[in-house]
Design a protein around this ligand. Sequence first.
Ligand code: PLP
Length: 399
Amino acid sequence: MPTYAPGVALVEGSGTTVWDAEGKEYLDFVSGIAVVNIGHCHPKMVHAIQDQVETLVHVSNLFYNEKQPLLARALSERSGLPGAKCFFCNSGAEANEGLIKLARLWGSEHGKYEIVTMRQSFHGRTLATLTATGQEKVQKGFGPLPDGFVYATFNDLESIEDAITSKTAAVLVEALQGEGGVIPAEPEFLSGLRKLCDEKGILLLCDEVQCGMGRTGKWFGFQNYDVVPDAFSLAKGLGNGFPIGAVVAGQKLSDIFQPGHHATTFGGTPLACSAALAVIDVIEEEELLANTMVMSAYFIEGLCEIAMKHKKWISGVRGLGLLLGLVLDVPAAPLQKKLLEKGMLSLATAGNVLRLLPPLNVSQKEVDQALRLLGEACLELHEESAALSPNPCQCGMGQ
Ligand code: PLP
């Protein structure tokens, strides 16, 4: 179905490089939308999948498999949530559905079912998660939407306080809004939110689908803020492209789901868990959290120089770790297109933000290459728009 409009057919990948069907090479600063965090076809992951596929692929959750508890323990230990347990599923939307169901079941005894979510958030495309997503364009045409979602403003504690009622079960938030335009939470906002949820006796849930698994330089985005949620969702980078999602819940919620409450046929297969365990090993062995922070600082410096050079139409750089956005005063799509022509993949987000998501093992040489291509593309766009509309600028690309 024409749900996407892809322009290029990619056929091969290695590390930060991908090739299209014509053999053209691209520097991949999209990473499959924050998925391929350890790069394309990392040998350790390839071997883990190959070994597992020859041993045991799927048994259903009616039986234990060896790999699932290992992955649950690995995530639980890194989460900082005391006594955390996991439910495994297949995607980000499904993980958020799990979080929503968990919060509702927890609140059901006291008539609490409402979930406060943020405007400009993104939580998925199933009916409940598109309703949780505070963006009209995602919801339009799919009504009637499920009841029980209330919207507040990101980075505005007062607005959240106003949205909380006696029926509120939880607040669901991203530590950094990715699809919403690469907007990090302000430190006082997340710590204040934790405090507010405790005072009101409600749950704090984090959607870590995009910023989890090292993307922000910590295992999980909320760890940048020293805040511990009651539960969080994962997907994307967890399997580096092998589909797997997870709900990770701390003590308060870890035994709410009992047999019969929630299920999924494919969740946590030995194959998916082997892929995710290999991802965790690689992130640790290759010290990719540290590399993320070093490359992030280096990349931000270079991006700021470009932004300064074009300050008439680039207003700044924002983000955490290697989830960065170049914020333009004009639509980002022309810049993204120009970069694609030059052999670099990037994403236009929220209209005017160029989202940049290299793998976490990106090298300084590759960041230099990205900065060079970006510098060239900005200069060319600037010159083209000046030639098109000398004064005043009508095409929106500066003067
Ligand atoms: N939550 C966040 C923060 C996301 O960025 C996304 C996808 O972009 C999702 C949830 C949905 O994940 P999926 O596409 O795997 O269902």
